[in-house]
Design a protein around this ligand. Structure first.
Ligand code: PLP
Length: 394
């Protein structure tokens, strides 16, 4: 059936223009889906998927999940609950208790289930948080989220629901750390917090550069946020305590004016769409209302399976013995390939690899745009991510 032509004349809202249009994150997700549909090119070679997206299939994680699902099959009560009931909008109370207790035991943070909200993935957590803190404020002013450092996660870019961007970003200091390596640092001299800044957001490790902002810089950022009376929101999608893909000795951070987001996705469970927000109780209640309004409740499968992995302690062994070593090996291999195969006279360097699943390359003398580089590589069957998308809010 042909789509009705009149649909194309329905007036757009600001919401539809921002969220319904093309964006970096939709391109990334489309590329991923296309490449997975055609794992082979016409010349028989496999497509090299080096863009963002799915976590790797790690045998230890896969078998742990399979074991849990086999147990589920034998448990009539759990099946009835998982598929037959809506849980409360803030998410399973038992799971929220487990998370609060886990963070208390790991780090001594005095959290209760009232500090924990579940969402349908970390992405949805950010949709709610970004629009909770920025955009048209109840008093009529316009609030923005300050990104203390870009490049920053492409998926935030179009999350504000209005026409005007809700992000304001600062360029980083670039520090040369070796012959072929560099590091971004927050430029605190340019980080003048202003009244329209209503929250600070930082992913740590950062998608895409893998930068694990240092403990001291994070404490400084937190002090600035506290002095300005705004929250520091830290996206721990790849970080501590799970999936724990952190190669250095940086530590987890929280205080009662910090909001943390975590996710089951990079543990290897993105299909269960489960995000976890650690926040003051009033924000948790707001997030629960948003969940009820947007989708009634979250899915039950993610919290159920994670509950079992957390209660049995299996999660720690998966992080320490499977996930972290896997990504470290992959990182080491990719870096060694870069050193071995990129020509000596090519001007390239890579951000110090602190964690997460990425390497962030910089070609200072590149005669073409990063967009064109992306397209040329895609034509050769190598899917990367165009870096230009990550510099929004400037
Ligand atoms: N935050 C960062 C930094 C990410 O890289 C991603 C996904 O790639 C997300 C959040 C959202 O992931 P999910 O919605 O699967 O938890």
């Amino acid at each position: 059936m042909q789509p009705s032509p009149t649909n194309q004349n329905w007036p757009a809202t600001e919401f539809s223009q921002r969220l319904g249009g093309p964006s970096g994150i939709t391109e990334l997700m489309d590329d991923l889906a296309d490449a997975l549909q055609q794992p082979e090119r016409s010349n028989g070679e496999s497509v090299k998927l080096m863009g963002g997206g799915n976590p790797a299939r790690i045998p230890g994680v896969a078998s742990a999940l399979q074991r849990e699902l086999q147990e589920l099959g034998k448990d009539e009560e759990s099946v009835a609950f998982l598929f037959g009931q809506y849980d409360q909008p803030a998410g399973s109370l038992r799971f929220r208790q487990t998370i609060a207790q886990l963070l208390q035991e790991e780090y001594g943070w005095p959290l209760t289930p009232e500090n924990v909200a579940l969402t349908s993935g970390g992405q949805t957590a950010f949709f709610c948080l970004v629009n909770r803190f920025a955009g048209r404020m109840a008093d009529g002013s316009f609030g923005k989220v300050l990104l203390p450092l870009v490049p920053e996660y492409i998926g935030y870019q179009d999350q504000g629901v209005g026409q005007e961007s809700v992000f304001e970003a600062r360029r980083p200091l670039v520090e040369e750390t070796g012959d072929r390596s560099f590091r971004y640092r927050i430029d605190f001299d340019r980080l003048d917090l202003q009244p329209h800044h209503r929250a600070i957001i930082l992913s740590r490790p950062t998608n895409p550069s893998s930068n694990m902002v240092s403990d001291s810089d994070l404490a400084r950022l937190s002090d600035m946020a506290r002095a300005a009376g705004i929250p520091l929101i830290i996206d721990c999608a790849y970080g501590l305590p799970f999936p724990g893909v952190v190669f250095g000795d940086q530590e987890a951070f929280w205080n009662d004016e910090t909001i943390l987001t975590m996710s089951l996705s990079k543990l290897g469970i993105p299909g269960a769409r489960t995000g976890i927000v650690i926040a003051p109780p009033d924000i948790v209640r707001e997030l629960a209302s948003m969940t009820a309004n947007i989708g009634l409740a979250n899915g039950n499968l993610g919290p159920w399976v994670a509950q079992r992995l957390f209660e049995s302690g299996t999660w720690r062994s998966l992080v320490e013995n499977d996930i972290l070593p896997f990504y470290r090996r992959q990182r080491d291999f990719a870096l060694s390939c870069a050193h071995q195969f990129l020509p000596d006279d090519l001007d390239w360097c890579v951000h110090e690899s602190d964690g997460a699943f990425f390497l962030w390359f910089w070609f200072p003398e590149l005669p073409i745009s990063s967009r064109e580089l992306y397209q040329r590589l895609a034509a050769e069957g190598v899917i990367v991510v165009d870096g230009s998308y990550f510099f929004f809010g400037l």
